[in-house]
Design a binder for this molecule. Structure first.
Ligand SMILES: *[C@@H]1O[C@H](CO)[C@@H](O)[C@H](O)[C@H]1NC(C)=O
Length: 468
């Protein structure tokens, strides 16, 4: 806990680096806007131009090996841009957080937690939306969604994994029997396979990640990487010293959905060893996503350590400047740029709140990641190298991608899923839950890490609020 705190405050002592970046960014923005004003008219006059432009950018050579770079061709067709296209100046304006507050930061945190607790005081059970797909009778045929449970896990984590699988089975999968996909950068042991097969009611699949997509790509300067790792270790940033953690974050950001084995699936439910599930779930979560036209489902929203995403936002804006057509006009712009609760976060990152969906639980449509907007963006992130030099997490990467390139109404907060990944929780007040007290988020000292009130207040429509 202590190091968690330290990492948050460390950034305050390093304003000069962020400051000098701001000057550089401003210059880049001025040039960018000028270029965009010139090019914006093309985007409006001929949709074929948009198509060709994006194609060129995605097809560019980037110094990565061809094998890797071919993964990001983007399988979506250009015709899938089905929304109004914003100009870059319009996007910049939308990404300028405009609310201000005279309150002290501690009061803002307190207000947001009060809002959070009031919200969780409302009893909920299941979404009041459409007909929920119920479990088949014992032994009856059931037409499952195109989906798998998914976990990246090591042999050594078997016990924590079984702990979580038992809960997922008890509360949900014993009724639906969805398959599992276990993914590892090493071979799974016989004992591992036997144990998970015995604990699950769905088919188990075991996938080993090919080395060439797990290890750092050729464009990473290993000397520079180890230098950056030293600096971050001095700052006591979580997992700073771990190369494998970076491999994992990068894999979870831009590779898992490209594994040959996973290509057969559209939906995944990602879970993590050691997490807890507190509530019975009596409807098919994948079908819920599908039937309600959702792309991404989450349970917890947090702030991130700004030092781990220092340049993610400017690099992203650079991509957006070249590809404004990908930005969804109904994106989660405010949540991404809020700067009241942890103002130094948005300063250190040049504009990103660091709010993200906590990705150790997610239920989402992999075709979104496989599409052109997200694929092209991941490719530009790869060229930058920040997955290694800065340790970008997959949670902020998924969240920024969804927040910019998807309609925020296609994001679903599973309020009814009681969940814990220590030290944080989502605890609904529901007769389906036990072992988790309603509204408990985590230790009070971490209240300022909660970004859930922002999501509710800034991005949820009344229609979505009425679902529970
Ligand atoms: C499942 O989804 C994947 C990805 O969209 C697709 O390629 C595959 O054909 C789908 N399978 C079925 C049975 O619909």
């Amino acid at each position: 806990m202590e190091s968690h705190y330290k990492k948050l405050f460390k950034v305050v002592s390093r304003p000069t680096r962020a400051g000098s970046r701001l000057i550089v960014l401003s210059a880049v923005l001025v040039v960018g806007i000028t270029l965009l004003v010139v090019s914006a008219s093309f985007f409006y006059t001929d949709s074929n131009v948009i198509t060709d432009t994006s194609k060129t950018i995605i097809g560019q050579s980037n110094g990565l090996t061809d094998k890797i770079s071919n993964l990001w061709q983007g399988s979506g067709s250009h015709a899938n841009i089905d929304h109004e296209i914003l100009t870059y100046p319009q996007i910049e304006d939308a990404l300028t957080f405009k609310q201000t507050s005279d309150k002290r930061r501690s009061e803002i945190v307190k207000d947001n937690m009060e809002f959070y607790h009031d919200f969780f005081d409302k009893e909920i059970s299941e979404p009041k939306k459409g007909t929920l797909a119920r479990a088949p009778a014992q032994g009856a045929d059931y037409d499952r969604a195109n989906a798998t449970l998914l976990v990246l896990v090591r042999n050594e984590e078997l016990n924590q994994l079984l702990h979580t699988i038992r809960q997922i089975e008890e509360h949900w999968n014993s009724k639906f029997h969805y398959p599992y996909t276990f993914v590892n950068d090493q071979e799974f042991s016989a004992k591992f396979k036997q144990s998970v097969n015995a604990a699950t009611s769905g088919k188990c699949n075991f996938v080993v990640i090919p080395k060439e997509i797990w290890d750092p790509p050729a464009n990473i300067d290993m000397d520079k990487l180890f230098h950056e790792i030293d600096i971050m270790e001095e700052q006591q940033i979580n997992y700073a010293g771990k190369l494998s953690y970076r491999n994992m974050c990068r894999f979870n950001s831009g590779y898992f959905y490209q594994l040959d084995f996973l290509k057969q699936f559209k939906w995944y439910w990602r879970f993590e060893p050691g997490t807890n599930y507190f509530c019975d779930i009596d409807y098919d979560l994948f079908k819920f996503m599908e039937e309600n036209d959702k792309t991404y489902g989450f349970v917890i929203s947090l702030y991130d350590a700004p030092q781990t995403v220092e340049t993610l936002w400017p690099v992203t804006l650079d991509y957006v400047k070249k590809n404004p057509q990908f930005v969804h006009p109904n994106g989660a712009f405010k949540w991404l740029t809020e700067n009241l609760q942890n103002p130094w976060h948005a300063r250190a990152t040049e504009g990103y709140s660091t709010c993200h969906f906590w990705s150790n639980f997610e239920i989402a449509n992999m075709d979104f990641y496989r599409g052109e907007a997200y694929s092209g963006w991941i490719k530009s992130l790869e060229e930058n190298g920040g997955f290694y030099y800065e340790r970008w997490g997959d949670a902020p990467v998924h969240s920024v991608g969804i927040g910019l390139f998807e309609d925020k109404d296609k994001v679903h907060w599973f309020r009814d899923i009681g969940y814990e990944h220590s030290p944080y929780k989502n605890c609904p007040k529901s007769d389906k839950c036990s072992g988790c007290s309603a509204g408990d988020f985590g230790p009070g000292s971490l209240d300022d890490q909660n970004c859930m009130s922002n999501w509710i207040k800034l991005e949820m429509s009344n229609e979505q609020l009425a679902w529970y």
